[in-house]
Each structure stands twice: as structure tokens, then as C-alpha cells.
Design a protein around this ligand. Structure first.
Ligand SMILES: Nc1nc2c(ncn2[C@@H]2O[C@H](COP(=O)(O)OP(=O)(O)OP(=O)(O)O)[C@@H](O)[C@H]2O)c(=O)[nH]1
Ligand SMILES: [Mg+2]
Length: 296
């Protein structure tokens, strides 16, 4: 029987040891190369991240603040004229045509000073540029559109309702416009009451007496406001019954721009976050003053 010699056993052990050493050496080389590459890649990623952070720090994110403004009122009361002037200041209201179906107009009205806030996850200070954007919903002044507008009210959060009244005056003085009373009828109030929860969505209601340019030139705004409330007392009584507490009155003119900025301010300011509201009020008062000085 052949017995393996101790010599050949030694050879096998030597070969195994060489192979093991070679494997160990290759593994070490691979491990070192890989560690080096990972480290290098990590440094590259860190540099890239730093660059990205710096880039983000220099950026200014637009912080849109949206406000829905819903315009109601009888035909001819000037809703579209005001909506157009707010969205295209150079618009000539003589070119306005009767509104046939519900329309919307959007516009960024004011950009306020930048502020910085830390991103909680990335721990970077990000600059925000608050920009106020209005969306005006203009409805034709007919009863079926009034009903449709009320039905849609719950779709908007914190909306502002502008209730337009038509105004007519001539050399004989102010006259009653019956369409106002007809539009803001008992049915108007009943339709509002049918939609429970509407009150929660409406932040402010402004009665807008438009066409102030037709009023006697010696009539003060406050005097005109009281006279117009008196002249439309049935409609006003119904509106007060529904919205007292969140109701305001403004006398404006789309023809000579009187009160247009003040109305815009009154429509946007109530829903703004406190820190933005203060800055907005200051800016809008400046613009309103500027406009007042330009009224013919
Ligand atoms: N004098 C005067 N006329 C105005 C004023 N505002 C609007 N008008 C005129 O009144 C008419 C009706 O204006 P619109 O803006 O179309 O009224 P509206 O409420 O949108 O009417 P509908 O779309 O029919 O519901 C137009 O001839 C306007 O030029 C204003 O302040 N003064
Ligand atoms: Mg219109």
C-alpha cells in the first residue's frame, strides 16, 4: 500500500499557505482601494452638498398667499369694471361688456420684504419672498348666477364677498336703483341659509357702492355712504341680518379710480397672517394715498 510521503504533504501545505496569503493580499488591496474610493466619493458628495446648501441659501422661494374674492351684485353695478382694473390697471371701463358666464381674474398684487426661516430637516436658513395673489370670481348679475355663486361658496376657504350696489344720481340728486333690492332679495338670504357652514368660510363681506363719480361733487364720502344705505335700506337690512359683525361699507368709483386700492386692501388684509398683515397694511395705505392724490 502506497503511503504519501511527508515531502508531498509539506508541498500541499506550502501551496495552501501561498494561496491563502495571495487571497489575503488581494482582499487587503481591494479593501484599501474600496475604502479609498468610498472616502473620496464621500468627500465629493460632501462638497456637492455644501455647494447645494449655499445655492439654496442664496435662493429666494416665492411664498404665495392666495385670496379668493367673490363679486356679487345686479347687472350694471360695475363688478367686471373693478375686476378688470385690479387685474389690468390700464383697462378702459368704457370697453367693458356684459358678463355672460362666470369668469375669474388672477393677479399678483404685492410683493413684501423677504424673511428667512430654518428648514427643520435640512437645517438651512431659507429665504422666502411673500407674494400676494388675488383670484377674483366675477358673476353675471342675474338671479340664477347669484344662486350658482352661493352654491360654490363652500369651495373657497376664508373668502371675501363683495356685494356691489348700482348707484344712480343726476342733477335731481340720488335715485333708488330697484335692481339692488331685487337682487339682494329674501330669496338671496334664504339661499345663503340653505348652505350651512357658509358663514365659516366667509371672512369678510363688503358692500360696495360703485359709481361715486355720479354723486354730487359737494357730497362727502361718509355722507354718501349713509345716504346710499338709507336709499337701499331693505336690501341692507337683509344683508345686515346675515353678515353683521363681518360687514363693511365702501364708496368707490371704477371710472375715476376712487377707493379702488382701499377696497383691495379691505378685501385682502383680514385673512393675512399677523406678521404679513402689518406690512401689507402699510404698503397698501401708501398706494391708496398715492391713488387718492391722482383722483380727478
Ligand atoms: N359712471 C360710472 N360708470 C361705471 C362705473 N363702473 C362701471 N361703470 C359702467 O357701468 C356699466 C356696467 O359695468 P360692468 O362692469 O359691466 O357691470 P357688471 O356689474 O359687471 O355687470 P354684469 O356683467 O352685467 O353683471 C359699464 O358701462 C361701465 O362702463 C363707475 O364707477 N362710474
Ligand atoms: Mg360683469
Amino acid at each position: 500500500m502506497a503511503v504519501p510521503s511527508s515531502n508531498s504533504n509539506l508541498k500541499i501545505t506550502e501551496i495552501a499557505s501561498i494561496i491563502l496569503n495571495a487571497v489575503l493580499l488581494i482582499s487587503t488591496i481591494l479593501f484599501t482601494t474600496l475604502t479609498y474610493k468610498i472616502h473620496k466619493r464621500r468627500s465629493e458628495v460632501e462638497v456637492m452638498l455644501d455647494k447645494a446648501k449655499n445655492y439654496i441659501r442664496d435662493l429666494s422661494v416665492i411664498d404665495y398667499i392666495y385670496q379668493d374674492i367673490i363679486m356679487l351684485g345686479p347687472r350694471n353695478s360695475g363688478k367686471t369694471s373693478v375686476a378688470k382694473l385690479w387685474s389690468e390697471p390700464a383697462f378702459d371701463i368704457k370697453d367693458v361688456t356684459l358678463t355672460r358666464k362666470w369668469q375669474t381674474y388672477s393677479r399678483d398684487i404685492l410683493e413684501l420684504e423677504e424673511y428667512a426661516k430654518e428648514h427643520t430637516e435640512f437645517r438651512i436658513n431659507i429665504k422666502y419672498q411673500p407674494r400676494i395673489r388675488i383670484k377674483i370670481h366675477d358673476y353675471p348679475g342675474e338671479d340664477n348666477w347669484r344662486t350658482e355663486a352661493i352654491r360654490k361658496l363652500p369651495d373657497f376657504k376664508k373668502s371675501i364677498l363683495l356685494l356691489f350696489f348700482d348707484v344712480f344720481a343726476d342733477s335731481q340728486g340720488l335715485h333708488q336703483v330697484f335692481e339692488n333690492n331685487k337682487y339682494y332679495s329674501q330669496l338671496f338670504v334664504d339661499t345663503l341659509r340653505q348652505h350651512k357652514g357658509i358663514g365659516l368660510n366667509i371672512s369678510k363681506v363688503i358692500v360696495v357702492f360703485n359709481k361715486a363719480d355720479l354723486l354730487p361733487s359737494n357730497m362727502e364720502t361718509e355722507q354718501a355712504k349713509e345716504a346710499l344705505k338709507q336709499l337701499n335700506n331693505d336690501a341692507i337690512y337683509r344683508i345686515e341680518g346675515q353678515f353683521s359683525g363681518i360687514l363693511d361699507y365702501l364708496v368707490i368709483s371704477a371710472l375715476d379710480n376712487r377707493g379702488l386700492i382701499t377696497l383691495l386692501g379691505a378685501a385682502v388684509s383680514p385673512t393675512l397672517p399677523a406678521e404679513i398683515k402689518q406690512r401689507f397694511d402699510v404698503e397698501i395705505s401708501k398706494l391708496a394715498l398715492d391713488q387718492k392724490s391722482k383722483v380727478k
